[in-house]
Design a protein around this ligand. Structure first.
Ligand code: PLP
Length: 395
């Protein structure tokens, strides 16, 4: 019966019944004139979530990784230099992709648990007198470590250096759960996916692209076919798709946007902050430590938690799944065996989070962690009680 339990992995997230129903629809001909009424409102709605009025929304049938590839291949040429900081598994994977595409990658190595180093970006950009660096790549929310980076600070660093590099941001595990302000932060390409904050299954890479990034498209020499912005934009402009679209997922996205706007984006963000804070209090209650190095870096969608010395985080996640049917995120890369992750994003309530925390406590008790049963749950309960709001309307 483990499929009755919510998952606490940081994506893909729990899919609300309303979205599952919205996707249970018969095929529509994507070459019919009706298709434009399905896709266009979705592209428009996404703009609001990305915080852009000038950006172009481009979606491909792919996961977030496909979104990364689309971002770099449509704007860069072989040998172009990009500046990237490595502070977790996802920043690492984007670096790897750039290298495999023949880009020259200037890497700023940072401790896992830290965030994007705006000051070091500024230094590197100021040293780049010839403007060889064509793009700065940043992971907004490093899902491996539970770290949120300050994108506005990175944009300020680019401005301070008076550098023309594009700013590309991975917001796969933050969009639609934490504030994202593409226009305000001066982001040129933002990359996300359908399976996290949008609460859907995987299958839509969603990008928002600034006019400045679009202007590089014709010059960019990296090969692309499936991910060519030009084909997609041209087909979308005529109300169509250059190949078969993931139709049911697009229906799901329309409904997801309705759900997000009905709740109100600010309320969605506040809910994530509240749920995350309860989790953080539970972690303190257990006497454990977050991987994120300081409160300004805490992610509201995922918390990575170090296990005590001598314990194996993989044994904990395996035990929780095997004995209680509940999934938590494993430690990735450098964190493998050392930390587990609690995903707290998407379709989730305080009550659901409490069930996850209680499950973790049981698993930790079974494995003889020095953690008192109830110590984390009570800390979260107290916080959720103190911050609960009545949903009954006044009569
Ligand atoms: N970037 C971040 C921050 C992620 O969390 C993930 C996936 O978890 C990805 C990129 C890769 O996305 P996908 O697995 O959808 O290809």
């Amino acid at each position: 019966m483990s499929d009755q339990n919510p998952v606490f992995i940081p994506g893909p997230t729990n899919i609300p019944d309303r979205l599952r129903r919205a996707m249970q629809v018969q095929t529509q001909d994507h070459r019919s004139p009706a298709f434009v009424n399905t896709l266009a409102p979705v592209l428009e709605g996404c703009k609001t979530v990305f915080g852009t009025t000038v950006g172009q929304i481009i979606t491909f049938p792919a996961s977030g990784t496909g979104g990364w590839e689309a971002a770099i291949t449509n704007t860069l040429s072989p040998g172009d230099k990009v500046l990237v900081a490595r502070y977790g598994m996802f920043s690492h994977r984007w670096i790897d992709m750039c290298q495999r595409h023949g880009l020259s990658v200037e890497i700023i190595e940072c401790a896992w648990g830290s965030g994007a180093p705006a000051d070091r970006f500024e230094e590197a950009l100021k040293a780049d007198n010839g403007h060889a660096i064509k793009a700065v790549l940043v992971t907004h929310n490093e899902t491996a470590t539970g770290v949120r980076s300050d994108i506005a600070a990175v944009r300020r660093a680019i401005q301070e250096a008076d550098h023309p590099a594009l700013l590309m941001v991975d917001c796969v595990s933050s969009l639609a759960s934490m504030p994202f302000e593409m226009d305000k932060w001066g982001v040129d390409i933002a990359v996300s996916g359908s399976q996290k904050g949008f609460m859907l299954n995987t299958g839509m890479a969603i990008l928002a692209v600034s006019p400045k990034a679009l202007a590089t498209m014709e010059r960019a020499q990296l090969p692309r076919t499936f991910f060519d912005f030009r084909d997609m934009m041209s087909a979308n402009g005529k109300g169509g798709f250059p190949y078969t679209p993931p139709l049911q997922l697009i229906y799901g996205m329309a409904e997801s946007l309705d759900m997000l706007f009905e709740e109100g984006l600010d309320n969605v963000y506040a809910r994530h902050t509240r749920l995350a804070e309860g989790v953080r209090r539970a972690v303190s209650g257990w006497g454990l430590r977050l991987v994120a190095q300081s409160p300004d870096l805490y992610s509201d969608t995922v918390s990575a938690v170090y296990v005590p010395e001598g314990f194996d985080s993989n044994a904990l996640t395996e035990h929780a799944f095997a004995n209680y049917g509940v999934s938590f995120g494993v430690g990735l890369g450098e964190m493998n065996g050392r930390a587990f992750r609690i995903g707290h994003l998407g379709s989730l309530t305080a009550t659901m989070v409490l069930s996850g925390l209680a499950t973790l406590e049981m698993a930790m008790a079974d494995l003889k962690y020095p953690v008192r049963l109830g110590s984390g749950v009570i800390a979260a309960q107290e916080y959720y009680r103190a911050t609960a709001k009545s949903t009954l309307t006044e009569r």
